[in-house]
Design a protein around this ligand. Structure first.
Ligand SMILES: Cc1cc2nc3c(=O)[nH]c(=O)nc-3n(C[C@H](O)[C@H](O)[C@H](O)COP(=O)(O)O)c2cc1C
Length: 354
């Protein structure tokens, strides 16, 4: 009870500080990324001070979830969108059952021009639009830093999201990462293949070519028995999603993640050209939820592939709804930016639901 009150107080404080930082950064043109950078620095300072104990919440014993041979102490995990170690550390302290690193690409890239992430209202719902364009420190950097003790010390599953601009690039990224993973004592690694990429220049990706996707999974399976999750876009239609499920059913230990951000134009959310560098980007947040729920139901009713529900999960009600429709794990991104103190509150409510 006391820890739930602590979570609620921290939640209010966090949202107040966050809003203050955003308002301070609200110069014209506004740029949410500036506020995120400042927030990450503040958070980093906190995580390296004794104050970090304030963020420590235990996970109730009765809410764990299993995906094949991996046990997640809470079914809520960080969706792939962040590689800041201190943030990933903080979210685990708060009670996430596992994390997924931001998509790794072969070569370092700055991504698209700023401004490229903004807060928006979409159909009267709060959300984010981003066209980061997969900025990445690149494969070499990831591999050299993956054995971070801070992250692995939780001994909870860690996902690595693999991206590429061609089948060969996906394979290069996987092979190098897997060599590193194989050399470690830490065994709780899963791979997630990011086949949905609304922010790449030509919009083309592995979801357009199931033969390549099949070749990639076959190549992974020839050297690794780690769980493989394929993350699909809400922009793909029902038939495409079910085709991917069928493909996955030919392999062992594969799951599907529904899903990624949904492409929308900046015009549809009233952003000016000086507030966003691209003509459109990926919508995230509560507006995605209805579609996520439908997708979970679709996959659950038509296939045996385990489901990770991502997209618009902000609170206990959404977690419970997707669990009731058959999701095993629940990925969260926008709510971790908005208010990560929801994690212990949702964990507590889940434990009371049993
Ligand atoms: C700023 C930002 C960056 C993201 N980067 C990635 C990424 O690198 N790889 C990926 O698979 N999904 C990425 N996503 C998508 C999220 O993982 C998630 O699928 C999506 O935001 C929907 O979940 P949400 O409504 O909880 O935010 C990103 C989302 C945001 C908001």
């Amino acid at each position: 009870m006391l820890s739930n009150t602590r979570a609620k107080i921290l939640s209010i404080d966090y949202r107040f500080i966050r809003r203050t930082i955003i308002n301070l950064c609200a110069r014209r043109p506004r740029d949410l990324e500036q506020a995120i950078i400042i927030g990450d620095r503040l958070n980093s300072g906190l995580m390296h001070s004794p104050l970090r104990n304030l963020f420590k919440f235990s996970i109730p014993k009765n809410i764990s979830a299993s995906l094949f041979d991996l046990e997640f102490p809470s079914p809520i995990i960080a969706a792939s969108f962040k590689d800041d170690i201190d943030a990933l550390f903080q979210w685990q302290l708060l009670g996430l059952g596992g994390i997924t690193y931001k998509t790794v690409l072969k070569t370092p890239s700055d991504g698209n021009k700023r401004p490229r992430i903004q807060e928006i209202q979409y159909n009267s719902h709060y959300g984010l639009i981003n066209s980061l364009g997969l900025p990445t420190k690149g494969l070499e950097h990831f591999v050299s830093n993956f054995d971070n003790k801070q992250i692995l010390s939780f001994n909870r599953p860690v996902g690595i999201s693999i991206g590429g601009n061609s089948l060969d690039e996906y394979l290069d990224v996987f092979n190098k990462i897997h060599l590193k993973v194989h050399s470690l004592d830490f065994k709780k690694v899963f791979y997630e293949i990011n086949i949905s990429c609304p922010n790449t220049q030509d919009g083309k990706c592995l979801s357009d070519n199931l033969e390549d996707l099949s070749s990639l999974i076959r190549a992974i399976r020839s050297v690794s028995s780690n769980i493989v999750i394929v993350k699909v876009s809400p922009d793909s239609n029902d038939e495409e999603v079910l085709n991917i499920c069928e493909l996955l059913s030919n392999f062992e230990k594969c799951a599907i993640n529904v899903g990624n951000t949904k492409y929308i134009s900046t015009q549809s959310v009233g952003l000016n050209a000086n507030e966003f560098s691209e003509e459109g980007g990926g919508l995230s947040g509560i507006a995605l939820f209805e579609n996520t729920l439908k997708r979970v139901e679709l996959v659950h009713n038509n296939s045996k592939i385990p489901i990770i529900a991502t997209g618009g999960i902000m609170d206990y009600n959404q977690v419970k709804a997707v669990q009731d429709k058959g999701a095993i794990l629940i990925g969260m991104a926008t709510q971790l930016v908005n208010d990560p103190f929801k994690i212990p509150q949702i964990n507590t409510k889940l434990s009371h639901a049993f």
